[in-house]
Each structure stands twice: as C-alpha cells, then as structure tokens.
Design a binder for this molecule. Sequence first.
Ligand code: TYD
Ligand code: MG
Length: 415
Amino acid sequence: MRQMEWKAETPSAYKAPKTVHLDAVEGLEEKRWLTPDAELNRVLGGGIVAGSLVLVGGEPGIGKSTLFLQIALLLKDIKTLYISGEESEQQIKMRADRLKIRNDQFYLLTETSTQVIFQEIKKLEPQLVIIDSIQTLQSPLIESAPGSVSQIRETAAEMQRFAKETNTPVFLIGHITKDGAIAGPKILEHMVDTVLQFEGDQHYAYRILRTIKNRFGSTAELGIYEMTGAGLRQVNNPSEILISQRDDMLSGVAIASTIEGLRPMLVEVQALVTQSVYGTPQRTATGFDLRRLQLLLAVLEKRGGFHFGVKDVFLNIAGGLRIEDPSIDLAVLVALLSSFEDVGVSHKNCFAGEVGLSGEIRAVNRIEQRIAEAEKLGFEKIFISKYHKKGLDFSKLGIEVVPLGRVEEVYRLLF
Ligand code: TYD
Ligand code: MG
C-alpha cells in the first residue's frame, strides 16, 4: 500500500479555468489503493481511485455502517475521517470494539453541517472521507431540511468538488429501499463516479456488494460477505456457501455453474411444484426474475407437454443471492422438472445453459471457466449446450461434459 500514497491538497490550491489543447494535457495514471478487503477492491474495479466519489446505497439495517467502519479501520496507513450524522461517538466506538480492529489513523466526526465538516477537513487533512449518511448532511446554502432532494443534491455537489479538487476519495452512504420508498440518493447516481449497492436477505447472513455504475471498471462485479458477530467476513469462495451440504438426493434441487462479474460460482436452485388449491396458480421467485420463471414454465408446457398450468410453483436461489446470469436457466428448468416428477437429481451433477423460447439449450459465455470451477469443486458431470463452438477439448478433464440440444433431452437423460 506504500506506493499508493497521495497527499490531500487544500481546496485553495484549485486552478483557475483555462482552455488547453488536448496534447498539452499531461497524462495522469489512475492512482488506486488496494485495500485489505478483496471484495471491495473487486467491486471498485481494482481498489479505491484517488479523487473518486462513491455512492453506497442499501436498505437500513443491512450493514452499511458496519462495512465502511470496518474498511476504514482496516486501512491502517491511511488517515481516514469517518463522518456520522446518525450515531453518537459512543455508538460508533461500541461498534468498533465489536470489530476488534485497532487503527491509530482513524478519526471520527459526528456532525451534519457541511460548513463545519469542511473546516474540520481542512484542519485534519484526511486521505479518505466517509459520510454516513448523505441524508443527514446539511448545507447552510440551502434552506430545506436534511434529506430533501435539494439538500442531498447540494451537499453531494460540495463533496464532489472537494474530492476532485483535493484528489481525496469520498464515500457517501445512502439509505435506499428496494421499493424506492426512500429514493433520495438515487438522484445522485449521475453525479458520482461509482454506485455500489449493498444488499441481502434479512433471513440470511450473506450480504452482496454489487456495482451498479463504475467509471473505473466493470459493472458486473459482486463482493460477497457474511455478517458475523464481529463484523463482515469476506467470502472468497462463494460456491462453498451457496451449496447446502448433503449426501441424499432431494427432489427440486439443481446446481448451476454461473458467473457473476469475473467470478465463477456454483449456486443451488430450489424449486417446489405442488398441486394448486386455488383457482389461479401461484408463482413465486426469490433471487430469480419472475417473468423469466414464467417464460421457462411456458417453454416446459409447450415443448415438453408438462402441465404446470395447474401447479403452484415456488423458486428460490439458496443463500439469498440474486442471479442475473442467464446460464442459470438450465438448472432452474431441471429443478422444476425434478420437483414436478418428485425425482431427485444427483448432487454430483451441475448445469450451465440458457433456455430459448423454442426449447433449445443455448450456449453461454466462458464455458471453460464454468467447467473448470465445477471440476475444482468435485462435480462429476456438467450439462451444457451442444452448440458450444467446436474445438473445445473436454477429453482431459476430470469431469464429464454432457452436451444437450433440447429440453426434451434434459428430461430423457435425467428422469
Ligand atoms: P449497520 O451497519 O448499522 O446497518 P446500516 O448502517 O446499513 O443501517 O448494521 C446493522 C446490523 O448488523 C445490526 O442489526 C447489527 C448487525 N451487526 C452484526 O451482526 N455484527 C456486527 O459485528 C455488527 C457491528 C453489527
Ligand atoms: Mg448506518
């Protein structure tokens, strides 16, 4: 982390505007800090970028304050100012005690007025600023109450100016609910360099840090944590936690070999198909797009002759994860068929394929990586599309690769 040092300049060092020729502009290498938190580095596209403004959204209670307090405390060589408008110094101290991380470069300010905040910043000259939360900030230039659209906009703009002028990275934490009930920070998305979303299911300990927007990297990245009694633990091998450990074959369960961002992950899909007792059959999906589920049911009905129309269907992705990779289709289909027939699928099998409207199993990207991950985790067979480009050599693998063309073949081979 040593070579990544950068100095916070005082805002007064701001240059007067002047038109320049592009060739006259000195190229600046993007300076980044690799933090000790590999999951954060990943979602930021390779660490914290100097002068970047990052918005971190998430539902109240999900663990935003915990995560960013923890990250600040882990950055031992970086002078960090953590500004809280929500909690008292004692509350934050208690949380820090739970995390059990010592850091003598960590400073705390419980304040909401940006005027006071900038005075303190000028005195302290921090290298990193964290604001918890943007909804509590108040600029004396604006009359409306903290949390209002105009206050959020103005205070964020002040923070943006500070970040750019001094090259200091600033994290803005904001409360956002899934249904958009507290949508305030959403209006900032265009102003900031990076938007991260911290999400998770209250019934699970797992938390996902997802990149929504990133000027400095890909938006397909995921960071995975587990909330423990002493803060958030980085989950570096997600497959292990996403597949429940068991030896017997349960019906309605299938494993998908997915890729989120750059990372392959094996994920368990669970389906329950039961006789519908009400007039309209129910369809519920957790962690998977409901319309996509309805589409797959329609494909099974039309191409396979399975009468899901009279069944209730519940679908769940284990671990509280939301999967957007279309390669999970095949595992969803298998889980649905498995529950429909009440026949288990061997837990040594896994699946990677997209399902098309006419019932064809379509090729997915980075199939070699998916196969390698499945092999690494000890799976014996992986079912993929037969339409993968010729020339892939699977003969040397320790896992059997089974090519599939259509939905009917899936049924014939497995049930
Ligand atoms: P918090 O970070 O306050 O959430 P947010 O800032 O997003 O509102 O954390 C909320 C929950 O995390 C709270 O219910 C307590 C729990 N928690 C733990 O389980 N372990 C811990 O070590 C800490 C600090 C909190
Ligand atoms: Mg909080």
